[in-house]
Ligand binder design. Structure first.
Ligand SMILES: [Fe+2]
Length: 393
């Protein structure tokens, strides 16, 4: 629906996409004025041999590059400080982040601290820094987080055991390279979990009070790409299917970056923060419960989701289509071998009231909770967590 008040749309990241696009990296870095590069990645990416393909075009363009591959899953404050120290010792002037959400978020955070000083903890929230980060190129090796097109960086506070969101309109990476050849050797489960994270971004973007026809166009396009390609992409070496998921993942994040995320990512924040459940897994397990809760207040929006997933729009009234949309999400999760519940060590039932309270505190996740088309109160949150331990059929 067209908004009745002013909205802003921001998508300043330039995208290069298609098989073999990585070969352009050297020229692109030159065009951006980079003369010495720090590549930020993780040990899994290095072991898979993917960094050679990143270094090669840089070296052909005569640009020296060093690597920082010590980024763990869910990087913390210490990792970012370590990366900044290395960057300064090398006097690198451009950062290339290569990997899934963790290395790319680390790259963005290092770029931000490099120009603003202090530690990443100083900039939690929105608009808390004034200097543009060092130029950064993001190169995803999974189709999921979408952080390559996002103004937000997620870093873990190791002391408080929570994930911090750091964002600013200054923080969009200027360039992202989406080359599906980097996804060829990705194991099935990693492809499935990251793809479902992207699907959740797209669906949530349709279910907020901030959604507009512009964000819906991107979100529904992403849902169609992911719905049609995710299972095949995860279980094959088909670069066209993987490329469709990669583009869908970026589209989903542009959509949710403008329409905001909603209840599902809010609900999974305490699960990942307190129990270390991987982000994609947590969002996929929670998604059917979230959608079931939101459905009564969101039948028109969920009907559009259902159509994007293949339903005939004239085959049934909106409420019925919306239910079929939920059924299609469940069928996709089943095809991707997702569990239907959290295991006891992934969600400790005795801590559910504390988790609900975390979501009621002011902050970004409370904001996600509040913009969803059906707002969940404390009792609703508790019931949703309880249900996610009971299972769906
Ligand atoms: Fe996510």
């Amino acid at each position: 629906m067209f908004p009745s008040e002013m909205r802003q749309y921001l998508a300043p990241t330039r995208l290069l996409y298609g098989p073999g696009t990585l070969s352009q990296l050297g020229q692109e870095v030159k065009n951006m004025g980079g003369s010495s590069v720090l590549i930020v990645s993780d040990q899994g990416i290095a072991r898979a041999g993917l960094l050679e393909g990143v270094i090669e075009p840089l070296s052909q363009a005569g640009i020296p590059a060093e690597t920082f591959i010590d980024v763990p899953v869910d990087p913390g404050v210490a990792c970012i400080s370590q990366g900044v120290e290395l960057l300064q010792a090398l006097q690198a002037d451009l950062i290339v982040g290569v990997g899934g959400g963790s290395p790319m978020c680390a790259a963005k955070a290092i770029a931000l601290v490099a120009t603003n000083g202090g530690t990443i903890r100083d900039y939690v929230g929105f608009g808390q820094f004034s200097q543009s980060p060092l130029p950064t190129v993001c190169i995803p090796t999974t189709a999921g987080s979408g952080t390559e097109v996002s103004a937000v960086t997620i870093i873990t506070d190791e002391e408080q055991h929570v994930k911090m969101a750091i964002g600013s309109p200054l923080a969009y990476p200027p360039l992202a390279i989406l080359d599906p050849e980097l996804l060829i050797s990705l194991p099935f489960w990693q492809a499935a979990a990251s793809g479902v994270d992207a699907l959740s971004h797209a669906i949530e973007a349709c279910l907020t009070t901030q959604a507009t026809p512009l964000t819906d166009a991107l979100a529904l396009g992403a849902i169609q790409l992911l719905g049609e390609n995710l299972v095949h992409a995860a279980s094959s070496r088909d670069v066209i299917a993987k490329g469709a998921c990669l583009l869908g993942s970026s589209m989903a994040n542009i959509a949710c970056g403008n329409a905001r995320l909603a209840l599902n990512h809010a609900l999974t924040w305490p699960i990942s923060s307190l129990f270390g459940v991987p982000h994609g897994l947590a969002n996929g397990v929670m998604l059917p419960y979230t959608l079931e809760f939101v459905l009564p207040e969101a039948s028109e929006a969920m009907a559009r989701v259902a159509v994007a997933m293949g339903e005939n729009p004239s085959s049934a009234p909106a409420a019925q289509l919306a239910q079929r949309g939920l059924d299609r999400v469940k069928a996709l999760l089943t095809a991707l071998e997702f569990p239907t519940t959290f295991a006891p060590d992934q969600l400790d039932r005795t801590r559910i009231p504390e988790m609900a309270d975390m979501l009621l505190q002011p902050g970004i996740y409370s904001l996600f909770r509040q913009v969803t088309l059906r707002v969940a109160g404390r009792e609703d949150l508790i019931e949703l967590y309880e249900r996610s331990l009971a299972g769906w059929s």
